[in-house]
Design a protein. Structure first.
Length: 278
């Protein structure tokens, strides 16, 4: 099923929601019935609206289908039950421990850049090293809410400074495509279409995988996709990691991710340390 397929609306029956997620996960009714330990007949009746599932059954099916918490709430409502998972703002007192953990992770990563993003790739928080890399960016792209993918690939954003733009762009679009497949989020699909339509400067050229394998990135070839970012202090070669909360039962926390960038070589580490000190 295409990740661009529209999700059911809030007024659609539960069976339509269930069919959408089953097809999104490329499962037959037989496959899902086996995973959820229910009869195929009963599952068929639930999907066609001839039977209504219990609350426990809704949660079991959602778990087997790996439905995100936000969409699990939609499944519960469609079946006539109250939402189970709360969505709070990050400054809510109930999330204070999580917010402190985020801030500690960001600050502890200095002098290397790190930022927190929500499910729409909008900037939630960042350490002091991130703004140092954004000098000269078009002010419109830095007006909240800041979308970090748009900031990265827009012609007036970081794109002209990314030496391996074709490679990095393909990496980001693939990550976004995977997220769309997992969440069935049509707004993310629209964002991907927007990003894919951005022009790529002719100077960027195609990715020369042979050169990558035999050049400075030889030790990373086939393992990680680095980011080569040109700055006034020299070119930074960065690799990134993503950190998420392990056991969230809050929608906001499940959708939050911390992107941490590490130097891929000693020169990058030295440049970042010097930039931070200045």
């Amino acid at each position: 099923m295409s990740p661009h397929a529209a999700s059911p609306s809030a007024t659609d029956p539960f069976g339509l929601h269930l069919r959408h997620w089953r097809r999104q996960r490329r499962l037959s009714q037989l496959d899902l019935a086996h995973e959820a330990e229910v009869s195929t007949r009963h599952l068929s009746c639930v999907e066609t609206g001839r039977a209504m599932p219990s609350r426990e059954m809704v949660l079991r099916l959602a778990d087997r289908l790996e439905v995100p918490l936000r969409e699990r709430n939609a499944l519960l409502v469609a079946a006539g039950y109250a939402p189970m998972y709360r969505q709070r703002k990050l400054d809510d007192p109930a999330l204070s421990a999580a917010r402190r953990a985020i801030d500690r992770l960001l600050q502890a990563h200095a002098p290397f850049p790190a930022l927190a993003i929500d499910r729409q790739w909008q900037l939630v928080a960042a350490n002091e090293q991130v703004p140092l890399l954004l000098a000269g960016i078009d002010a419109a792209l830095l007006t909240p809410p800041v979308n970090v993918l748009r900031l990265s690939l827009h012609p007036k954003g970081l794109a002209p400074r990314i030496a391996n733009l074709v490679q990095w762009r393909a990496h980001l679009l693939e990550r976004l495509a995977q997220q769309i497949a997992a969440t069935s989020d049509v707004s993310l699909a629209a964002l991907r279409d927007e990003l894919a339509a951005y022009p790529v400067p002719p100077a960027a050229g195609p990715v020369d995988m042979h050169a990558e394998a035999n050049g400075a990135d030889g030790e990373l070839a086939g393992v990680l996709v680095p980011l080569h970012l040109n700055t006034e202090h020299g070119q930074l070669r960065l690799i990134s990691t993503t950190t998420i909360f392990g056991t969230p039962v809050d929608v906001t926390l499940q959708e939050l991710a911390i992107e941490s960038f590490f130097p891929a070589d000693a020169q990058t580490a030295e440049i970042l340390s010097r930039m931070s000190a200045r």
